[in-house]
Design a protein around this ligand. Sequence first.
Ligand SMILES: Cc1ncc(COP(=O)(O)O)c(C=O)c1O
Length: 345
Amino acid sequence: MHVLSPFRQGHQVTTIAVPVGRPFLFCEPAFLTLSANPLQLSHRLVRPTVVVESGRLSQRLGADVTLATETFQHTGSFKFRAAYNVATHIEQPALITASSGNFGQAMAYACRLAGKRCTVVMPNTSAQVKIDAVREYGAQVDLIDVRAISRAARLQELARQQPDAYIASAYDDPLVIQGNASLGLELAALGRAFDVVLVPVGGGGLSSGVITGLRQAGKNTAVVGAEPALANDAARSLQAGHIVSNPHEPPTIADGARTLSLGRHNWEILRVGLAGIIEVSEAHIKQAVRLLFELANLKAEPTGALSLGALLEQPESFQGRSVCCVISGGNVDPEVYRAILAEGA
Ligand SMILES: Cc1ncc(COP(=O)(O)O)c(C=O)c1O
């Protein structure tokens, strides 16, 4: 479904077609309740996002494309922003999380910096490079056979064994949203009049954080989510007006977006603050990974390239617009990356 939503450009209000018809939000949402003002947070250790003006991508896509890349963030993805905020704000001396991906690595490193114990539950089928990375960042890895025990059940067992530990969600936690809001604040501080910021969506921690940061900085920039069409629970949730879940882990190549549903804290922000959501085909996700490599010298993982994939999916909506694509991470399995690049050859 394509519905026209108001789209502000300078003093003019024009229109843009987005797949889920939601009016863009230009006022500060009153429902944002954060446990601290992100502007006052200490983000000394968070690396600023790297801003890349991409002339070649702009020319190819007919839009003024700026990349805000988190591929050079500590541990290779935006997740460090959230993880560091969690690790430095909890009182508990230990933390347990279940993540086979970027959050596990980020949490392991953030806990090391904060001097906290960290246990990361991972399926025993996880790529060895990922298991090694979590260990190298200093966490204890708890390998499980997911056919024998679910991650949630194992988390509960570990919580009983370590009653002094904080159970950390990768997205559904105000501390996570607040940490990710630092990216929205940085984008606002660039002082650029972006028409739209495109953000990958999995559980919704990044997108709700970017919206929060932009609004905290007084910016009404439209934020549009980008999720795999194979994992389109966020688009269906926006259409339904309540959280809709995927029945199974979706088989998308964008592994960071294989979540079953949006988080509840994230939903409260996204349902009002997200201007729209674009469902990206697997072919466009892979094409975006290739274009970032070929035209912008950037290695992005499939989930990280979803924002550019959204532009490829719906280029007509962004013609002549100033678009900021958040490239949220670069941790891609070498085999997977090689195969994606080879497909374009
Ligand atoms: C690189 C990358 N981008 C985006 C996402 C999605 O973030 P969120 O779950 O906060 O929506 C993830 C989640 O793992 C990720 O690893």
